[in-house]
Ligand binder design. Structure first.
Ligand code: UD1
Ligand code: CA
Length: 456
C-alpha cells in the first residue's frame, strides 16, 4: 500500500451547487450531519490523504468560504462563476492541476466516505478510477454502464438514461480519481448536450473510454456513499452515521441499551464497563473513565467523567470535569467550568457554573452554585443560592471544608464562609462567616395566640 504522500494527491471538492432539493436558503454543504457541516465531514477524510485540497465554491460563497477556512487549514477555495455543471466546476481549477499529480474528485454532498476508501481508490491504477456502489433503488444517481466484458464504458445520468440503463443497479458515487494529465486533456471535450444542459463530469468516463483509457472501479458500501440531496437523505445520513458510530462503541466494549438511540456528535472515549442508556447525546470531546453510567435523556458536551461515577437521567453537563464515585442528577445542570471532586453528590434541579466542589460534598436539591469554591464534606441545603451577580460583576463565594449551609440560604457574593461553620436555614448572608461559627440572619418568630383568619 502506498503512503498518502507518495500518492501526491490533489483533491478537488465540489461545493458550488445550491442544493435546490433541500429547500434551504443555505448552501447544501453547510447543512448539518451529527452537528457538523457536510463540508467538515468530507474535508476531514480528504485531509488525511491529500497534499493539496481545492474547494470549488459558488452559491452562498462567503459562508461556504468561511466554513472552509474554519474547518481546514489545508483547503483553499476557488470560485466557479455559474453553476453550470460538475465538469465546469472542475474546470475552475484546471490551471493549477499538475500533469503528474493524482487528482481526486469529491462531491461536497457525499459526506461519509472514509479516508481509507479514498486511498484505495487512488491506488487502483494510473489513469482513471471511479468509486461505485450497488443500490436496490438507484434513482437519482448516475448509472455505471459496462460492456459484456465488464469494462466500464460510460456513466449515464438518470435524466438521460433509457429504460435498460435505468435498470442498472451499479451507480456512480461522485468519487473519481484521475491522473492530472488525463483530466486536463479530456475535460475540455465535455459538452452540455444532455437533458439538463449541464456540463456533466460523468461524461468524462465515456470520453476516456473512447480515447482508449481503461477505467477501474472500486465498489463501496451504500452507507458510506450516501448522497445528501433531500431532507430524506439528510435524515437517512444521520441514521447511518449513528449506526456507524455506535457500532464502533459496541466494538470498543461500551454497553449501549439501544444502539439506535444514542448520538455521538463528536468524539467519545470510554474506559471499561461503561453503560449508556437511551436518548443520550454526546457533543464535542467527551471522556469517560471505567464503569461510568450515563442515564437516559442526558446531554454531555466537552466533559470528562472519572471512574465509577453515575449521571442520572435528564442531566445536562457542559465543559465540566467530574471526579470518581460521583452521583449527578437526575435533572442536574453542570455548566461550563464545573469541577466536581470525588464522591460528590449533585441532585435534582441543581445548577453549577464555574464552580469547584470538594470531595464528598453534597448539594442534593434545588440549588444554584455559580462562581463558587466549595470545600470538602460540605452540605449545601436545599434551595441554597449563590447571589453571584450584582448587576455589573460576577462575584465569588467560598465555603470552607466541613461546613453546613442550611436550606433556603442566600449567599450574597463576594462572600467567604469559613471551615466547620454553620448557616442557619433561611438566612441571607451578606457578611463573611469565620471558621467554627454560626451565621444566621432572619427575623425572630412571633406567635400570636388564639388567632383566626376571621379576626385579621
Ligand atoms: C452527481 C453525479 C451522479 C452521481 C451523484 C452521486 C454528475 C453530473 N452527476 O449527481 O452521476 O450518481 O452525483 O452523489 O456529476 N456542483 C458544483 N457546481 C456545479 C454543479 C454541482 O460545485 O455547477 C457540486 C454540488 O455542490 C455538489 C456536487 O457538485 O456538491 C454534485 O452535484 P449535484 O447536483 O448534487 O449532482 P447529482 O445530481 O447528485
Ligand atoms: Ca448530489
Amino acid at each position: 500500500m502506498h503512503t498518502p504522500n507518495k500518492l501526491n494527491t490533489h483533491t478537488i471538492l465540489l461545493a458550488g451547487g445550491k442544493g435546490t432539493r433541500m429547500l434551504s436558503k443555505k448552501a447544501k454543504v453547510l447543512q448539518k450531519l451529527a452537528g457538523k457541516s457536510l463540508l467538515e465531514h468530507i474535508l476531514s477524510s480528504a485531509e488525511e490523504i491529500s497534499n493539496k485540497i481545492s474547494v470549488i465554491v459558488g452559491f452562498d460563497k462567503p459562508n461556504v468560504e468561511n466554513e472552509v477556512s474554519k474547518v481546514s487549514n489545508k483547503a483553499k477555495a476557488y470560485t466557479q462563476k455559474d453553476q453550470i455543471g460538475t465538469a465546469d466546476a472542475v474546470k475552475t481549477v484546471i490551471d493549477i492541476i499538475d500533469d503528474d499529480e493524482k487528482v481526486l474528485i469529491l462531491y461536497g454532498d457525499v459526506p461519509l466516505i472514509e479516508a481509507n476508501t479514498l486511498k484505495n481508490l487512488c491506488s487502483l491504477n494510473d489513469s482513471i478510477s471511479i468509486l461505485t456502489t450497488n443500490l436496490d433503488d438507484p434513482s437519482g444517481y448516475g448509472r455505471v454502464i459496462k460492456d459484456k466484458g465488464n469494462h466500464v464504458i460510460e456513466i449515464v445520468e438518470e435524466k438521460d438514461a433509457n429504460t435498460k440503463q435505468k435498470n442498472t443497479k451499479e451507480v456512480f458515487t461522485g468519487v473519481l480519481s484521475a491522473k492530472g494529465e488525463i483530466l486536463k486533456k479530456l475535460l475540455p471535450e465535455i459538452d452540455n448536450k444532455n437533458a439538463s444542459k449541464e456540463y456533466y463530469l460523468t461524461d468524462l468516463i465515456g470520453i476516456a473510454y473512447g480515447n482508449g483509457f481503461k477505467i477501474e472501479t472500486l465498489r463501496a458500501t451504500w452507507e458510506e456513499t450516501l448522497g445528501a440531496n433531500t431532507r430524506f437523505d439528510q435524515e437517512q445520513l444521520e441514521q447511518t452515521y449513528r449506526k456507524m458510530k455506535n457500532e464502533e462503541l459496541l466494538q470498543k466494549g461500551i454497553t449501549l441499551i439501544d444502539k439506535s438511540r444514542v448520538d455521538v456528535r463528536g468524539n467519545l472515549e470510554a474506559g471499561a464497563d461503561c453503560t449508556i442508556d437511551v436518548n443520550v447525546i454526546f457533543e464535542g470531546k467527551v471522556e469517560l473513565g471505567n464503569n461510568v453510567k450515563i442515564g437516559a435523556n442526558s446531554i454531555i458536551c466537552n466533559s470528562k467523567i472519572d471512574d465509577d461515577s453515575e449521571i442520572l437521567p435528564f442531566s445536562h453537563i457542559d465543559s465540566s470535569q467530574i471526579g470518581k464515585n460521583c452521583f449527578i442528577g437526575p435533572y442536574a445542570r453542570l455548566r461550563e467550568g464545573s469541577q466536581i471532586g470525588d464522591g460528590v453528590r449533585i441532585g435534582n434541579f441543581v445548577e453549577t457554573k464555574k464552580t469547584k466542589i470538594g470531595r464528598s460534598t453534597k448539594a442534593n436539591h434545588f440549588t444554584y452554585l455559580g462562581d463558587a469554591d466549595i470545600g470538602k464534606d460540605v452540605n449545601i441545603g436545599a434551595g441554597t443560592i449563590t447571589c453571584n451577580y450584582d448587576g455589573k460583576n460576577k462575584n465569588k463565594t467560598s465555603v470552607g471544608d466541613n461546613s453546613f449551609v442550611g436550606t433556603n440560604s442566600s449567599l450574597v457574593a463576594p462572600i467567604n464562609i469559613g471551615k466547620n461553620s454553620f448557616i442557619g436555614a433561611g438566612s441571607t448572608i451578606t457578611k463573611d462567616v469565620p471558621d467554627n461559627s454560626l451565621g444566621v440572619s432572619r427575623s425572630k418568630q412571633k406567635n400570636v395566640q388564639d388567632w383566626s383568619k376571621d379576626k385579621k
